[in-house]
Design a protein around this ligand. Structure first.
Ligand SMILES: *Cc1c(COP(=O)(O)O)cnc(C)c1O
Length: 379
């Protein structure tokens, strides 16, 4: 019996061609030929005012903290149901992450919990879109606008996911995506910053240029470039950009293939979900998912373990995550918070195998075995 991995990093077959071209061109540092191709393409697919390629989603989040001027004493509301970068990118500037609970339908920030977490020190909300679905971004935006707060969308997993036809990551002041090897398309390590406000573009670009006005220099506006702001190292190399360009050539097909597998899982397991603590993503009619991940939440951690072990004996690899940030040894030092939905999701969640070339037969096999595993739980 063939073992099904949980994820296979995408290779389109065109990567080595473009990387050979980088070697022939001889420019290896960022902001060259392939960076421009990738940024233009990402602007087309996302509709963002400006896209800046970065070496990770983490560094794009760090740029957000700097561009929005977040610093010591400023509170930033975010879910604990996320990867650590979401929090430490802001902590690196002295801001304080404040964790609020998530909604059981989309595993994104709860509008109500977010509103309750606002204090006079609150400066920003970081909305994380989980699994290729969407948080309740419109009401969250409305809340932020009423209270004068910035919004950053951590859309690390959301390329080609949208809400009411608008790409995720383009609702907030700034958005970020990831091109880490675990995401739908990738370049090993990589990311991008989506700049949605024309006024923020120049500052964001200066920060990405390691705090210098190198852009002005390249455009001949100044005779040499100089240091303007504290910054970080966020530029992606041309090698990464070329690899990503090869993946972007196929992004629509790859996303469509993932979506169709996601929909197959969703339809086949819909009778289980919603009952007795079983959850999954429930995108509403306005959300277009990108099939990043199919999370099945079991009612508790013992049942998850049973399921995971059962599936593993049948050669099916599943993945757990995250340890919610408020339970991490790092964040335990921050204010303690009760986040019941986050805890429920974190203790029961299993992600099913999903990659674009997963065959229908393999997908059906996973579905049957998941149903078997759940049946044995119930007897
Ligand atoms: C993957 C991921 C990140 C980190 O992305 P990198 O590109 O590895 O820095 C941050 N936030 C979320 C929600 C993620 O899924």
């Amino acid at each position: 019996m063939e073992t099904l991995p949980f994820h296979i990093p995408l290779q389109t077959g065109r990567e080595s061609l473009y990387i050979s071209d980088v070697i022939a061109r001889g420019q290896f540092a960022g902001d060259g030929h392939y960076t421009r191709i990738v940024e233009t393409r990402l602007q087309e697919v996302t509709g963002a005012h400006r896209v800046l390629l970065t070496n990770s989603c983490t560094s794009a989040l760090e740029i957000c903290a700097i561009v929005l001027g977040l610093g010591p004493g400023d509170e930033v509301i975010m879910p604990a149901w996320t990867f650590p970068s979401t929090a430490f990118a802001f902590m690196a500037r002295g801001a304080i992450p404040v964790f609020a609970d998530i909604e059981p339908e989309n595993f994104g920030l709860s509008v109500e919990a977010c509103e309750q977490a606002i204090t006079p020190q609150t400066k920003a909300i970081v909305v994380v879109h989980y699994g290729g679905g969407s948080a309740a971004i419109e009401p969250l935006m409305e809340l932020a606008r009423q209270r004068g707060l910035y919004v950053v969308e951590d859309a690390a997993q959301s390329l080609l996911a949208s809400r009411n036809g608008r790409h995720l990551g383009t609702f907030g002041d700034l958005g970020t995506v990831s091109f880490h090897a675990t995401k739908n398309i990738h370049c090993g390590e990589g990311g991008a910053l989506l700049v949605n406000h024309p006024e923020l573009e120049k500052f964001a670009e200066t920060v990405r240029n390691k705090g210098t006005n190198r852009r002005d220099y390249l455009e001949g506006q100044v005779s040499h470039y100089s240091w303007q702001y504290p910054s970080t190292s966020a530029m992606a190399s041309e090698i990464s950009a070329a690899f990503l360009a090869a993946q972007l050539d196929f992004v629509e097909e790859v996303t469509e293939a993932r979506r169709s597998i996601w929909t197959r899982y969703d339809k086949a397991l819909s009778d289980i979900i919603g009952d007795a603590g079983f959850l999954s993503l429930h995108p509403d009619a306005t959300t277009r998912v990108n099939g990043h991940s199919f999370p099945l939440v079991l009612p508790n951690s013992d049942m998850r373990k049973h399921c995971k072990d059962f599936l593993s004996r049948r050669g099916i690899t599943t993945a757990e995550h995250y340890q919610p940030l408020h339970h991490s040894s790092m964040a335990i030092k921050l204010a303690s918070t009760r986040l019941p939905v986050t805890d429920h999701v974190a203790s029961g969640l299993l992600r099913l195998p999903l990659w674009p070339s997963l065959t229908n037969e393999a997908c059906e096999r996973v579905i049957l075995d998941v149903r078997d595993a759940i049946r044995t739980l119930m007897t």
